[in-house]
Design a protein around this ligand. Structure first.
Ligand SMILES: CC(C)(COP(=O)(O)OP(=O)(O)OC[C@H]1O[C@@H](n2cnc3c(N)ncnc32)[C@H](O)[C@@H]1OP(=O)(O)O)[C@@H](O)C(=O)NCCC(=O)NCCS
Length: 154
């Protein structure tokens, strides 16, 4: 008997999805951190409720992608669509679900006048870097810089 694949649906993030994001993140990282996702998902819902996306299979949320539009940050006057955090339940990868959420976010950004998408990636994370490269992200003229602050001594 052939197995019938449950239908998938990409839709904007909802406040009720936070519990599902916590579970997906725990499956990916092994860390249970509900307060982190309450804060992060709440931030993006307040910023732009239609930008961030989730994907459901058979009614169950199996992936999320969070981001927003920023103007004027770091001297970038053009509206930029930022893709910040995303994850697909390991059991549901390789089915274009990440790509479909990205396309839904891109369509929203384009409708809002965005011409450039931006993100940051740890180059050592080959999985995420490979995914972003497959979507079309390239190295940027902008460079991420950082420095460690010395610990305060009394
Ligand atoms: C990266 C990730 C989102 C990809 O999701 P996915 O649904 O399996 O990806 P898709 O099936 O939509 O793949 C889209 C494209 O990316 C490519 N791709 C996906 N994963 C890749 C990888 N690890 N390396 C290279 N390319 C990859 C696919 O081949 C596909 O390319 P194509 O369009 O040319 O065929 C998923 O693997 C993931 O959640 N990784 C962990 C992310 C993480 O650490 N999150 C922490 C919490 S924020």
């Amino acid at each position: 008997m052939t197995q019938v694949e449950s239908p998938s649906r990409v839709r904007p993030l909802d406040e009720l999805d936070i519990g599902s994001i916590v579970k997906i993140d725990e499956r990916i990282t092994g860390i249970y951190r509900p307060e982190v996702w309450e804060e992060r998902a709440g931030y993006y819902l307040r910023r732009d409720p239609d930008a961030s996306q989730v994907v459901e299979i058979g009614g169950k949320v199996v992936g999320f992608m969070l981001g927003d539009i920023r103007i004027g940050e770091f001297g970038l006057e053009e509206p930029s669509g930022w893709i910040e955090r995303f994850g697909i339940d390991p059991d549901f990868r390789g089915r274009d679900l990440g790509k479909r959420m990205f396309e839904a976010m891109s369509a929203h950004f384009r409708a809002q006048g965005v011409t450039t998408l931006r993100t940051l990636v740890d180059r050592q994370d080959a999985g995420v870097a490979g995914f972003l490269g497959a979507l079309g992200f390239e190295s940027s003229r902008l460079q991420a810089l950082e420095m460690r602050l010395p610990t305060a001594t009394s």
